[in-house]
Design a protein around this ligand. Sequence first.
Ligand code: FES
Ligand SMILES: [Fe+2]
Length: 455
Amino acid sequence: MLEKLNPPRIGGANLYDWDDLVQEDRVHRLIYTDPAIFALEMTNIFGAVWVYLGHESQIPANDDYITVRLGLRPIILLRDSHGKIRALFNRCAHRGTTLCRKDKGSARIFTCPYHGWSFLNTGKLRAVPWPDGYACDFNDPKYNVAQVPRVDSYRGFIFATLNPDAPSLIDYLGAITKPIDEWLDRQPKGLIRVCEANRLKYRGNWKLAYDNSGDGYHVVFSHRSLLEMENRQADVANKGMSYYKNSPDTAPMYIAYMGHGHHFKDKRPNIQKRAGGLWAVEGPAPGSEHYAEALRRRFGARAEDILDLASSEPVNINVFPNFSLLGNHIQVFEPISVDETDVTWYGTAVVDEDGALHGAVDEINALRMRTQEQFPNFGEVDDLANFEEIQRGLACQEDEWIYMHRGLGIPGRVKTHDNGIITAPATDEVFMREYIKEWKRLMKAAPKLVAQREP
Ligand code: FES
Ligand SMILES: [Fe+2]
């Protein structure tokens, strides 16, 4: 069978016939390999939709900042001296150098390392060295640092968009707020504090990570060594992700497509709901038994609830295009180029504002950090290896298509509910088919992105 090779580039805003590249059951390799498509994604996706930037607990006090990226744009995410959260372009208004080169800190003023212009953390120009060399009016806002016009938080998670026509954040998140709420409400007072990052990188397109984030098909094959390690001892069978063994589609877990590109792998129905039920399946982190026994000696039967707080919630909550909540971790994808992506895992800690955790908060958080030594360290590397090998495979230019049709066309398998949510068995690829439709819709659009400056 001869296929039409490499769809012709149309050029201009309509780079390709997108319906040609994204079909019902398959997508063209170019969406992962073409630098021109990547460049368009940096506006039409990582500019036009709400993109996750960070968590409020990373900038708890006025003047705190972290540096992040919005697509390729370097950003200083900060809480200004008046308490307002802003996303400043990390770019001097003079000749364009980055203003801030640290990961995080506290600053009322950013002074450019190049020629010393200084700016308040509202973005306003504060002073330039030797101003008598200038004839201009430095009160003109064009000399202030540009910033992202729309920054908003959902229960501590900060998102931003350059698109004035994007819906509100709450409307954008839509149905995915429900699993986010449930994930947060499991924590005391619904609060978390985001911990230090575990930074990884892979040589592959950013969408390979998003394709995989709800993929229940690969687990038992790609993560075999992790599953075996978790379940090696006879007395700890059915730990970790062992519910993927045998036939995962017959387990009660499911995948749900939640609209706007978001999806949710809900593995909670696999777990028996009882005090200690979640801890019972937690993977074995070195030293965790010692903590568990000490807590049981101290708290008796109450220890089981405390241990559940230290356990990994069996969910993958994926917010398009760059944010996941999984276990008790936050994962953020940041594209670098068409074939390079940063993946950052942040631990989350519980907060004990009113002493309800009876002094066990440090033990709980120590155990939560140990879960970093399970999937994030021993499973994520399997996934990153797959992404790099896919990118290598896609160099075969004459073999054009990537299939994502698992579950398609089987009567009764994929269910669309009254609220628009689509559910399917755990190994189904329906979440990919649906999110890539949304990607296609966004790539066809012509968003008018804007930056703003303080008046
Ligand atoms: S580039 Fe920042 S002061 Fe010149
Ligand atoms: Fe995986």
